[in-house]
Ligand binder design. Structure first.
Ligand code: PLP
Length: 397
């Protein structure tokens, strides 16, 4: 018998993918310069030269059998050592290779950690709106409950007092994604410390640890000197899910890791459960070549100039037209309030009348808002502005 839950997931592509596919088709009809696609968070700046140089060098100098062979399940020791050394250098904790489990990107990292923490049916994982829509199937497909904490506009930060009523004895973890997709918000150290206090108090009350799952694929994508607090330094029961998909523009290479700090509660068991979850998903020993390349490139950082220019251009232009926007501190998304509050209708009209592709944020847990991925060319933004102007002028007051 076919699993109907999976069939439903597989047969209903996300709205983001649908818009993206529509954009490709429209581009064939009307020309790519006339389609303004802000749908997909696909990096638009190339990976640093050091990554391609490393790949070339590894292929030319290392044993080809090993380069194309399996690594150990948790990844190459040299890669785990390089990641641990980089975390030690940057954040001052005593991170060791044995606490790092390499994964095929942040998504399998998240799924492994969620599986590892939801032993009982009905376990609850909290997510903070607005949130990456894939969290819901990651959580629910595992028999757990996705508990949505409403958003806190206008800045979309964290508000521990508003989170507290959503915690129960069945809660196991809260996913914290900063810099945030879709709002671009970066959570402050003060707010994260307040969250840590709340979780410590509630862990004591429930008699089991509450974990933070820190989802950090955008950690290095910040602007105006914004600092991203490292959550394991603020709250001991934190597990980090990271990938180089956005920070080194490598989403197609599928490479990331889980960091389970040794000081987290039950860290050894948790690490092994993450390994076991990865094993049953067939997601062990991520691609060897890119594991070797990231080990050489852990210190590389993206050149954010193009994203920053897009961020300023789009934010200034849209606010100038009268749109209400969150000024993004990180990631490459602009979160915009839909003038008449109906994001689905706005997105559909923008698509059919202007070839302007924007994502309604209902699936992100924030109805009435839309997400614009500004990892596009500057010219796309310039060309799209008349369409944004027409859309706001056509909107009922
Ligand atoms: N988490 C967030 C917030 C994301 O935006 C994404 C991808 O867009 C992921 C996780 C998944 O990242 P990866 O491509 O590394 O699996």
């Amino acid at each position: 018998m076919i699993n109907q839950e999976y069939r439903a997931l597989g047969s209903s592509p996300s709205i983001i993918r649908e818009l993206f596919m529509y954009g490709l088709k429209q581009a064939e009809k009307v020309g790519p310069e006339n389609v303004f696609d802000f749908s997909l968070g696909n990096p638009s700046i190339p990976a640093p030269d050091e990554v391609t140089d490393s790949l070339r060098e590894i292929l030319e100098t290392e044993d080809p059998v090993q380069v194309h062979g399996y690594s150990s399940a948790a990844g190459f020791q040299e890669t785990r050592e390089a990641v641990a050394a980089d975390l030690r250098r940057r954040f001052g904790l005593d991170t060791q290779a044995e606490e790092i489990f390499m994964t095929c990107g942040a998504a399998p990292a998240l799924i492994s950690v969620i599986k590892a923490l939801t032993a009982e049916k009905g376990s609850e994982i909290l997510v903070l709106a607005p949130f990456f829509p894939e969290y819901r199937p990651f959580i629910e497909s595992n028999g757990a409950k996705c508990v949505v904490v409403p958003a806190f506009p206008p800045c979309f930060g964290i508000n521990p007092a508003a989170i507290e009523p959503f915690l129960t004895a069945k809660s196991q973890a809260i996913i914290v994604n900063s810099p945030n997709n879709p709002s671009g918000a970066v959570y402050s150290e003060a707010d994260l410390l307040a969250l840590a206090d709340l979780l410590r108090r509630k862990s004591a009350e429930y008699g089991h640890p509450l974990y933070i799952i820190a989802d950090e694929p955008y950690r290095e994508l910040v602007y105006d000197g914004t600092e991203v607090p490292f959550i394991p330094s603020l709250y001991e029961n934190t597990v980090v899910c990271y990938s180089w998909s956005k920070s080194l523009s490598l989403p197609g290479e599928r490479i990331g890791y889980v960091y389970v700090p040794s000081f987290a509660a039950d860290s050894r068991d948790l690490f092994q459960a993450v390994a076991g979850a990865a094993r049953i998903m067939g997601h062990v020993c991520p691609p060897t070549l890119i594991q070797k390349a990231v080990a050489r490139c852990v210190r590389e950082r993206p050149d954010l100039a193009a994203y920053d220019e897009n961020r300023r251009l789009l934010y200034d232009a849209l606010t100038g037209m009268g749109y209400e926007c969150v000024k993004p501190e990180g990631a490459f998304y602009l979160f915009v309030k839909v003038p008449d509050g109906d994001a689905g209708a706005f997105s559909e009209r923008a698509k059919t009348e202007h070839n302007l592709l924007v994502v309604p944020a209902d699936g992100f847990g924030s109805p009435g808002w839309m997400r614009l991925a500004y990892c596009v060319s500057r010219q796309t933004i310039v060309n799209s502005l008349p369409a944004f102007r027409a859309m706001i002028e056509e909107c009922p007051e």
